[in-house]
Design a protein around this ligand. Structure first.
Ligand code: SF4
Ligand code: SF4
Length: 302
């Protein structure tokens, strides 16, 4: 049975909380990374955010291979899936193991976020990222509502934002977006086949949510990860600009941000016991803002 807000057993899994974030929206923010993602982008640099389950992360380059972490009853050894029990963490002499996927109730996460709220000012606030935050939409909606309640009760104002790949049901999308002051919406590829090849899913749902965003008219920043040979051709960038250039979207589009591929994307894969095997030739992507600026869309490179 799905959870509802009134049920007190609603919990969410968080794989990181970053304070004093300055690239995840206006002002000084706390960014919450919710665990689990329905996409498998070939260039993903947060492999610990993919699985919705808790996971142990090992600093593979420091590990002594001493075997002290092999505990009796370890679910990872027995079943191949870590339960997040944390027993092995205490046994590692170097502290090279940590759990990704801490469980919070909406109340506990809200309290944690309110502790930093004096720094937010009126511009800053909280941004929910991932993984894909809408995958835990009931938990996310509950936390957003609690944060609004805190604002109402304290008379303080700060802003609530989200970074999303846009891949979720239309009702879920609208339900979350209505609770936000702004969002970052990723555009990875305008061509459905290419989208499926590089992210594992086609883009129809994402494009329909983008249109929905235009109707809801919540301010948004379009983020384009620029991946060499995947979506950086003149035609690809032109198609992305054309996609955004509708009257509905232009009313609420704040700007476009291009995020050129970072060669360090694979750094964390060994920590979750995986190897990084991008499905493209790593290098520097072509960066071109003119398809946006020629249309009068504010665009910048991050
Ligand atoms: S946290 Fe450690 S001991 Fe527990 S299941 Fe995962 S790997 Fe095994
Ligand atoms: S206990 Fe720590 S150092 Fe030893 S094998 Fe396990 S992770 Fe590596």
């Amino acid at each position: 049975m799905p959870h509802s807000h009134s049920q007190n057993n609603l919990t969410g899994k968080v794989f990181d909380i970053k304070e004093l974030a300055v690239y995840d929206g206006p002002g000084i923010r706390t960014t919450v990374f919710l665990k689990g993602c329905p996409l498998r982008c070939s260039w993903c640099h947060n492999p610990e955010g993919l699985s919705p389950r808790p996971q142990v992360m090992v600093n593979a380059s420091a590990c002594l291979h001493c075997g002290k972490c092999r505990v009796e009853g370890c679910a990872l050894i027995d079943t191949g899936v870590c339960s997040g029990c944390g027993k092995c963490l205490r046994l590692c002499p170097g502290g090279y193991r940590k759990i990704s996927g801490r469980i919070y109730t909406p109340e506990a996460l809200t309290e944690r976020l309110m502790r930093a709220s004096a720094m937010y000012g009126s511009d800053g606030g909280v941004t929910f990222s991932g993984g894909e935050p809408t995958l835990q939409h009931e938990f996310l909606a509950a936390v957003l509502d609690l944060l609004r309640k805190e604002m109402d009760e304290s008379g303080r104002r700060f802003t609530l934002g989200m970074q999303t790949c846009g891949y979720c049901g239309g009702e879920v999308f609208a339900d979350i977006v209505r609770r936000l002051d702004f969002l970052f919406f990723d555009i990875k590829h305008t061509d459905s086949d290419a989208h499926r090849r590089y992210t594992g899913v086609s883009n129809e749902l994402i494009l329909s949510n983008l249109r929905r965003l235009g109707e809801l008219c919540v301010p948004f920043i379009a983020r384009l990860p620029l991946i060499p040979g995947v979506n950086d051709s003149p035609g690809d960038i032109e198609a992305a600009a054309r996609l955004l250039d509708t009257p509905d979207l232009r009313r609420c589009l704040i700007r476009v941000e291009l995020l050129p591929y970072n060669m360090a994307a694979g750094a964390k894969y060994s920590m979750v016991g995986r190897s990084y095997e991008p499905d493209f030739d790593e290098g520097t992507p072509r960066v071109d803002l003119t398809p946006f600026t020629a249309r009068g869309i504010d665009a910048s490179v991050l």
